[in-house]
Design a protein around this ligand. Structure first.
Ligand code: BGC
Length: 359
């Protein structure tokens, strides 16, 4: 059998920001792959349209119908999150004998790169040719001191569609001063289709034997706790909703699942991190990553106030996130894998989201 034709990208205007920057929408298509749209505002995945068992397509990611929605977003729908995805306790960290202070935008803590994080930034887009055909390369140069982080950080993120239909996201970054970096992509999935009730019936398997328990403000305590015998055990597929309301101090802290899993295998090697199946449609999602951790967030803070792309409200647990990243609060946790990036080094991450149909 001949290889399927390489991916193609079409670009079109997506609107203009209040400061006059023209934003575009890039649509990647490839035979046998879902259709993926990404905007250079925040490197945001705007849609992933995938077939179900019967061949019926639906958009399986939560988001907005227009640019204005993304400009006002507070849920990080589909966005690239940086410079530091997840939380940093009290918005403080020390590096090379200096202390740094970040905005505390999530209770007492800093979350997702701060109010002006990467999700709000305009990336310079370029359509490049790679082994899989057209790929979208997005670059953002974050100035020294932006959102409180040291060093000029130049980040490049390449989105491509592999021959296996996987959406591949490849990150690289470099700095001119020692800094910290932890990037992720933040799509919310509902494999029944965005706007469909909840993800509680989705069955999920996570390739992790332990997770990092948190305090009431969702900062890791430093412990790595085995999942065995807890509602956090997804070593075999279990419905998200099966144990989400169990009496459990960790579930109560997160209002459901909002925890970092310590992935099996070697960080730096692309390996399976999680698999999700929506039994009715048969749509399945595989997440592969080179990262050491995976944040499983069950959409607990969605509350029906956002009407999504098709006008249907995004209810509590109307979508789930599987965010490949380093562990939360790593700059303050010496026992966690390091997030320090020195000048001359290259930060690298590859994460793949692959939609298939479960038989
Ligand atoms: C966090 C949640 C947060 C959500 C939206 C997730 O990565 O773990 O606690 O509510 O992002 O900001």
């Amino acid at each position: 059998m001949s290889e399927n034709a390489p991916a193609r990208i079409e670009r079109r205007p997506f609107g203009t920001t209040p400061t006059g920057e023209r934003i575009e929408l890039f649509t990647l298509t490839r035979e046998g792959a879902p259709t993926v749209s990404v905007t250079n505002l925040g490197g945001t995945i705007v849609s992933i349209v995938a077939a179900d068992r019967a061949g019926k397509v639906a958009d399986v990611t939560l988001g907005y119908s227009d640019l204005a929605g993304y400009l006002g977003d507070t849920s990080y729908f589909g966005a690239i999150v940086g410079r530091y995805a997840n939380r940093i306790a009290k918005g403080r960290f020390a590096l090379g004998g200096e202390s740094y202070t970040l905005a505390c935008n999530n209770g007492p803590n800093a979350l997702h790169g701060g109010p002006g994080g990467f999700h709000r930034r305009v990336f310079a887009p370029k359509v490049v040719k790679g082994p899989d055909g057209d790929a979208l390369e997005l670059t953002y140069v974050s100035p020294d001191g932006e959102e409180g982080y040291p060093g000029t950080l130049t980040a490049t993120i390449v989105f491509s569609l592999g021959a296996d239909g996987g959406l591949r996201i490849e990150y690289t970054a470099g700095t001119d001063r020692p800094t910290i970096v932890n990037l992720t992509s933040h799509p919310y999935f509902n494999l029944a289709g965005e706007g469909e009730a909840t993800i509680l019936g989705h069955e999920i398997e996570i390739e992790a034997d332990s997770f990092t328990p948190v305090d009431r403000t969702l900062i890791p305590t430093g412990e790595r706790r085995p999942v065995a015998g807890t509602p956090f055990d997804f070593r075999r597929p279990v419905a998200v909703g099966a144990r989400i309301d169990a009496e459990d101090e960790q579930l109560s802290a997160g209002g459901g699942y909002d925890h970092n899993y310590v992935l099996r295998g070697k960080a730096g090697t692309l390996r399976l991190a999680a698999r999700v199946v929506e039994p009715k449609s048969g749509r399945a999602l595989e997440v592969l990553t080179t990262e050491p951790g995976l944040q499983f967030y069950s959409g607990n803070f969605l509350d029906g106030t956002v009407a999504g792309k098709s006008g249907r409200p995004y209810l509590k647990r109307g979508g789930l996130c599987l965010e490949a990243q380093h562990f939360p609060d790593s700059p303050n946790q010496p026992a966690f894998p390091s997030v320090v990036l020195e000048p001359g080094e290259t930060y690298r991450q590859t994460t793949v989201y692959r939609l298939t149909v479960a038989r």
